[in-house]
Design a protein around this ligand. Sequence first.
Ligand SMILES: [Mg+2]
Length: 357
Amino acid sequence: MKFSLPSAALSTMWLASGLKTAAAFAPRSRTIVSRAGAIASANLAPRTFATQTNMANVLKLSEPQSELLDQVDVFIFDCDGVIWRGDSLIDGIPETLEKLRKLGKKMFFVTNNSTKSRAGYKKKFDSLGLDIPPEEIFSSSFAAAAYLEQTKFKETGKKIYVIGEVGICEELDLIGVPYIGGPADSDKTPDMGPGGKLIVDEDVGGVIVGFDRNVNYYKIQYAQLCINEGGAEFIATNLDAVTHLTDAQEWAGNGSMVGAIKGCTGQEPTVVGKPSPLMIDYLAEKLGLDKGRICMVGDRLDTDVLFGTDNGLKSVLVLSGVTTEEKLLSPENTITPDLYADTINDFFLEVPAKVES
Ligand SMILES: [Mg+2]
């Protein structure tokens, strides 16, 4: 399978989006006018926006045609908690996706999980019986590689140190950026005897931190030395607090790996996955899409819904993943989706139903 990197499109777009520094990730100004307009056209009660809203006003999807389908041309789906939970497909999803395709809706599948490359995710979709074209898949491992492409990292002649799994390594292979670490360092321990020290490669110019089930002290120390002493750039695929390794419970997410490196460097990473604007800017520019007719659908407030609201998209929170209705509606929550639903099957009134062939 071949994936092409969006070099030309990304080079103008990423520069414009200012991804280079952590400061770029402060919330952008809200697109209140267009969102308010969309709400008015759907004859919904006016609402205020993320940082100032009363959460009791969040609307549960009940009239999908007028509230959602008439207003959206493109759906961006988070995967974990929306399409599947762990390795289990959520009931009714294939039929719902097929119905959306038959309505002519474009779809993209965006995941902050960096453990697989886009090719790896294609295999996961296949294994679940979902026939998704590879160009519709965006993983944070791909985003990390694309960021290096944009910043012309290869021209520095440096290499990357990876905390993470094979997905990041496969994407780096595709762009020809050398790397060390990753799975190869999973069984290593530094010499911590008298006078012991860890010798690091002086040519490391960047450290990518992604979800790593085999993170260890060797990797943390290696990254710390590369950043603190070698001046390497600190890049995080995502900051998710928890993830769905299995559908039995929540598991510590990449926020824990990134937190370890933040803790020993005092630095904030450049984040390339949700909620950074990278992927949506790429899609909007490449496909000439009107952001106001794109809807982000996810199960997480602090990545998915924020990704939508900060980038001028519509947003739907589904309750099939990590966020409960109680959490969504609690006074402590300050992040507001346009709508929420139990699952994406609620995008159609009669669910689940088999699509006619
Ligand atoms: Mg999710």
